[in-house]
Design a binder for this molecule. Structure first.
Ligand code: SAM
Length: 236
């Protein structure tokens, strides 16, 4: 039996629609008070703290956090995903991995929500260290640009949740979307772009975002393997 045969959670059992409209008024569970929310049903190792370090926004099938769980065992991480079946896959997968590898994968968890609308309901003011936005949906048509995750309003909500000095990582293979996101950041008073050479030299996270998310690997397989990225720091 190969080690792969041990896994029973397969993406084929969690087929989902390609997109879910984030402007719909779907209902999501939100904590009554993010300052004292019990995250342990989602992230078993978190204990009584309600502070999440890293958040993967639009985490898809959760591949990034499954990798990062082992690299940063002392960080608590949450993946947020809007598509119901995809979020269910993430939860089922991480529960399976916890059963197979006792003591591991207890610092990460997943939740279905719309991160375009509800961030401050989940994370207290100045609590999050890093947000990841890996390969967000491009919504190419102009009339659908409103569905893009990064907007001035979204950045204000993210800035509220981020610690001063906290960071947002953006990665995409769509140049036009990249320019769009950079424009939004440049217009927001609470963010400044970090020096990319410095990030590449000092921060291994960027290499995980560029190479280890599910979508990053799909871009790699499909080619051309062009990826655009930036890291923004939340100012004081
Ligand atoms: C192209 S996939 C990228 C997934 C993952 N970040 C990766 O790199 O593999 C974009 C994901 O973001 C999710 N998404 C889009 N808008 C969202 C929103 N407003 N809130 C939460 N998830 C969202 C989509 O359902 C989809 O799974």
């Amino acid at each position: 039996m190969t080690s792969n045969n041990r896994f029973v959670t397969s993406r084929r059992d969690f087929r989902a629609r390609a997109h879910s409209n984030p402007l719909n008024d779907a209902e999501f569970l939100v904590p009554q008070d993010p300052r004292c929310f019990d995250w342990s049903p989602f992230i078993p190792g978190i204990g009584t703290t309600s502070r999440i370090d890293y958040v993967d926004l639009g985490c898809g099938y959760g591949g990034l956090l499954l990798e990062l769980s082992k690299v940063f065992p002392d960080k608590f991480m949450l993946g947020l995903e809007i598509r119901d079946r995809v979020a269910s896959y993430c939860t089922t997968k991480v529960e399976e991995l916890r059963r197979l590898y006792p003591g591991e994968y207890r610092n990460i968890g997943f939740l279905r929500t719309n991160c375009m609308k509800f961030l401050p309901f989940y994370f207290p003011k100045a609590s999050v260290d890093k947000f990841f936005i890996g390969f967000p949906d491009p919504h190419f048509k102009k009339k659908k640009h409103r569905q893009r995750l990064v907007s001035l309003r979204f950045l204000s909500e993210a800035a509220y949740c981020l610690q001063p000095g906290g960071m947002i990582y953006i990665v995409t293979d769509v140049e036009e979307l990249f320019e769009w996101m950079n424009l939004k950041f440049s217009r927001h008073p609470l963010f400044s772009a970090m020096d990319k050479d410095q990030v590449e030299q000092q921060d291994i996270l960027i290499s995980y975002l560029l190479n280890h998310t599910d979508e990053a690997q799909r871009v790699q397989r499909r080619g051309p393997n062009t990826k655009y990225w930036n890291v923004y720091r939340r100012l004081q």
